[in-house]
Design a protein around this ligand. Structure first.
Ligand code: AMP
Length: 282
């Protein structure tokens, strides 16, 4: 397993693999890897001859008041995890390697990004689409792996690849959770012991929503209303959104009459956490 810092080194390695006729999978991450990331690496190792993991805290997808400076980083830990899961290369560039002076080209999207997280994080998806496009151009993977944990991001990337005829396949992977239900996230490290306990309200409300869908409830406002009531019972929780949206458009729907996503974003103290379920997975 190799760690490289430059675009040129990634290109050289991928060129050598291609010359041998090998396929390449890409797992884009912001590092501080956990079992959620590991599940994407496992899927890539299963499907491809070689796996590249990008490990880059992308400044462009953070808003001015967000946690860019405090975002956790630990390259040694990440390297051990990638190696243990059979990854072949970590691309860990400095911001200047990705965004040279005078950088001024962006990939943006007018639909899908105006809902859910796009409302509270207005520059986020432009940063995500731009960096992911760059990574696709640098690594030229056959397949790229994204978690359903970031369901809107997965939908946005799939839409971008389709719109721009990018020649690769996007694979969505299930949410990996702690034993008590909390979705694994690098941001969970921000939580105090008390907040960590309070954060369980996210997965509990997701479970409640799934149970209602399983029982046959199709009225969106009934489902989100019950979930909201439960989250509001936790004093440390402050809701950003609890929504049921059309999976294709990310627009809210009054009834569950098509493939839908139930997505929530909740502040636990200062930490903003997200969780979701796809109705097709219930
Ligand atoms: P991040 O490093 O948080 O930007 O995440 C990198 C990738 O890992 C994204 O595609 C995430 O959706 C995915 N991911 C993060 N947490 C999880 C999780 N708990 N389960 C599955 N995938 C995850």
């Amino acid at each position: 397993m190799k760690i490289v810092k430059t675009v040129a080194e990634v290109r050289e390695q991928v060129r050598a693999w291609r010359a041998e006729g090998l396929t390449v999978g890409l797992v884009p991450t912001m590092g501080y890897l956990h079992e959620g990331h590991a599940s994407l690496i496992d899927a890539s190792v299963r499907d491809n001859d070689r796996t590249v993991v990008s490990d880059f805290v992308n400044p462009m997808q953070f808003g001015p008041t967000e946690d860019l400076e405090t975002y956790p980083r630990d390259l040694d830990h990440d390297a051990a995890l990638v190696e243990a899961h059979g990854g072949d290369l970590i691309f860990n560039p400095e911001p200047g390697e990705m965004y040279h002076e005078g950088f001024s080209s962006f990939v943006d999207m007018t639909v899908l990004t105006q809902e859910l997280c796009g409302l509270s994080r207005p520059v986020h998806f432009r940063g995500v689409c731009t960096v992911v496009s760059k990574l696709f151009n640098i690594v030229t993977p056959d397949r790229a792996y994204f978690g359903k944990k970031d369901a809107q991001q997965l939908a946005v990337i799939k839409h971008m690849v389709d719109d721009l005829n990018m020649p690769l396949e996007i694979i969505g992977c299930p949410i990996i959770r702690e034993d008590d239900g909390l979705a694994k996230s690098s941001r969970n490290t921000y939580l105090s012991a008390e907040e960590r306990q309070a954060a369980l309200i996210l997965s509990k409300s997701i479970k409640l929503g799934m149970e209602l869908v399983k029982k046959g409830e199709t009225d969106s406002s009934k489902i989100t209303g019950e979930m909201t009531k439960l989250i509001e019972s936790e004093p440390l929780a402050k809701i950003d959104y609890v929504k049921l949206v059309d999976l294709a458009t990310m627009q809210q729907i009054p009834a569950l009459d098509r493939p839908a996503l139930c997505a929530i974003a909740v502040y636990i103290g200062k930490t903003r956490l997200i969780d979701n379920f796809f109705t097709e997975d219930v």
